[in-house]
Design a protein around this ligand. Structure first.
Ligand code: NAG
Ligand code: NAG
Ligand code: NAG
Ligand code: NAG
Ligand code: NAG
Ligand code: NAG
Length: 330
């Protein structure tokens, strides 16, 4: 699989390798605090959500003016009177000296519909599965999507009546969803829908969490810590009671297309910069490692043996169980 990666993907991988020690890092590296149970993590990002699992990856780019941007995904399971929900939140991490103003058009398109058929290897419920979009989708699909996005955005920006950034991002989402890339046929199989487009700059774009919000935050899941975080999008699906479904949702891979283009004087880019990031939350729980390291774990809890496949178990227990399983295998 690795032999088919493109030069661009290799360059991106090299750029990523410079700082993060894996393509996607999780709570261990971003140093999430432990949850009250001391087995799970709890990354509460200001007042925007609390997540037992987090993933962080760099946005690949060949443009040094854009380097250091990150996607962060948080996942949690919420029970309410209306039922259980699997919840994902997506944040953009921005270095403090990277001045993304509305001169630089910027869009993110989340390919939620494609997520269900993706994994980095054979095992879609693996907490520690690592990889790039080329691994999950095939490099020809990645290349086709990125190049179509680039062509589309060049087209909008070339129109006489140039669309606003938010209109351009909405059109990009729709045009990507409507189009079909043969190279992506195997992963899109009838499910090439449910894309979400968000403008990252311009009038209505989401704003970074303020210093004040950060001060009340117990967790700042980005490296380096001085980077800003902006909540870009949230995605929720109805959750079932099956542990398999919860694990599949928790460790699911979300492809995110990130596009930058010139929208005026002072733009950070001249040519369209487009890339695809595949982000998932990453185990193991940092708290579980601490527990194991200081020898206080009870290896004879027998929890793994108690779970018949397809059984219903309370989700708090399921999360603990998943963590325990992970800490045994890693
Ligand atoms: C990455 O760094 C973290 C802490 O900084 C360390 O615990 C982890 O083992 C490292 N992972 C790899 C693959 O080197
Ligand atoms: C999960 O995140 C959502 C959105 O940020 C938040 O409203 C909810 O309270 C969180 N659920 C849990 C169980 O922390
Ligand atoms: C970012 O750009 C805006 C508009 O060009 C400018 O007002 C601001 O001072 C810049 N900020 C930094 C940190 O360079
Ligand atoms: C997939 O990963 C899960 C959790 O790590 C593990 O329990 C399961 O046995 C794995 N399945 C396969 C087919 O490797
Ligand atoms: C950028 O923002 C300024 C002030 O908020 C506004 O006047 C201008 O029209 C915006 N430009 C674009 C391309 O959105
Ligand atoms: C946010 O808070 C963390 C930890 O308190 C701090 O290290 C970081 O510099 C802050 N970042 C921003 C952008 O305010």
């Amino acid at each position: 699989m690795r032999t088919t990666v493109t030069v661009a993907a290799l360059a991106a991988a090299a750029a990523q390798a410079q700082d993060l020690n894996q393509t996607i890092v999780g709570c261990v590296e971003v140093e999430c605090p432990a949850a009250a149970d001391n087995v799970n993590d709890n990354c509460a990002i200001a007042d925007t959500g609390s997540f037992p699992s987090i993933g962080l990856t760099r946005v690949p780019t060949g443009n040094s003016a854009l380097s250091g941007l990150s996607w962060v995904k948080g996942f949690n399971i919420t029970d309410s009177s209306s039922g259980r929900a699997f919840h994902s939140s997506f944040y953009l991490g921005t270095p403090p000296d990277l001045n993304l103003t509305n001169s630089t058009g910027a869009c993110a398109v989340f390919l939620h519909g494609a997520s269900g058929s993706l994994s980095f290897g054979q095992n879609e419920t693996s907490a520690t599965a690592q990889g790039t979009c080329a691994d999950a989708m095939g490099s020809s699909c990645v290349d086709a999507l990125v190049s179509r996005a680039r062509t589309l955005v060049e087209g909008y920006a070339g129109e006489d009546d140039r669309p606003s950034i938010s209109d351009a991002c909405a059109r990009l989402q729709k045009d990507l969803e409507d189009g079909r890339d043969d190279a992506c046929a195997s992963i899109s199989g009838g499910d090439w829908n449910n894309f979400v487009g968000v403008d990252l700059t311009g009038e209505g774009a989401p704003q970074p969490l303020s210093q004040q919000q950060n001060a009340s935050s117990t967790c700042w899941p980005v490296i380096p810590k001085q980077d800003e975080l902006t909540l870009i999008s949230e995605y929720q699906t109805p959750g079932s009671d099956l542990i398999e479904d919860a694990e599949r949702a928790q460790w699911a891979v979300t492809p995110v297309l990130t596009v930058f283009y010139s929208a005026g004087d002072g733009s950070l880019v001249t040519d369209v910069d487009a890339s695809l990031s595949c982000i998932k939350t990453m185990g193991p729980a940092r708290a579980s490692l601490d527990t194991i390291n200081d020898g206080s774990a009870d290896p004879d809890s027998g929890a793994t043996a108690l779970l018949p496949s397809g059984s219903w178990i309370p989700i708090a227990f399921a999360a603990t169980l998943a963590t325990i399983i992970v800490s045994y295998v890693s």
